[in-house]
Design a protein around this ligand. Sequence first.
Ligand code: UT7
Length: 308
Amino acid sequence: MRGIRITGWGIAVPDKVVTNDDMAVRLDTSDEWIVERTGIRERHLGGTTSGLAIEAAQAALASAGRTPEEIDHLVLATTTPDSIVPGTAPTVQHGIGMRGGAFDINAACSGFVYGLITVAGLIAVGSGPVLLIGSETLSRITDMDDRKIAIIVGDGAGAVVVEPVDGPGGLLSWNMNADGSLKHLLKCEHGGTLFMDGKEVFRKAVRVVVESAERAMADAGLGPEDISLMVPHQANVRIIQAAAQRLGIPEDRTVVVIDRYGNTSSASIPLALNDALVNGRVHDGDNLLLTGFGGGMTWASAIFRWNA
Ligand code: UT7
């Protein structure tokens, strides 16, 4: 049996920082409203999905002490590919200077968790090290004059190097879910901009996160007291708080980075994971609960035991 462990991590964000006050210059909104309703204080905007992905991947490779030649395959979670055809992953592969398979996963904000599960499967059937990246440039598909959506989006990327280990490895349990009958709640048509029924997505998000996280804990034989850190998708701090409270996970065991990055869709979980790692919040043997939800709707949870 071959399991996985994460050996390197890195992020990339555009240089341009846009504060809530900057937003309020062009939109009928305020720092107070945005902080209270979302928890966001600022976001980075700009760049391309492939450019950010390459930068994050290079940082992750350096942290793993791996060269591009040592990586077998590349999986890129994104809902904002640079073009429809080709996928963005091959551009990233070329930019890094690696070989092997390279493909995009579009599961919206659940993309990174979907990706981790996919990578565990690739490794189980024989792959060597895989680069898993979540990268987004949501600002490119957002009407920045629409205050309902402009204030929540951010751009950025996070990457991890996932390597095989003998034995079961770190992925203790997982589930992936989708319900296409809810596609009208969050969408972007060809050539259009993002539409979101915020209130309805909010309601559904709390419910599905709790349901899938509870299932993942049950499948791993763990309770909320065994979860060292919840690393959730960063869509709204109130969603994170409501879900954590219902799950019985105290706030000091959740990772929140939405204040600095906004909602970066499939990049938000690796941005949060990286933050927890560089701040020394993750230790050997810790059980991490990764959980995402978003357009589709899709949602997914995974429990990952950190094995340094
Ligand atoms: O990434 C995965 C999927 N996305 C999510 O999970 C996002 C989930 N939804 C949300 O985070 C929240 O629904 C939002 C942050 C998007 C909106 O917050 P809300 O508390 O649901 O606000 P609302 O849409 O119900 O609007 C309340 C009021 C409205 O005014 P009236 O009708 O009560 O007079 C809006 O027009 O707030 C107004 N409003 C704003 N006011 C100031 C909406 N956007 C803004 C704004 N600034 N940016």
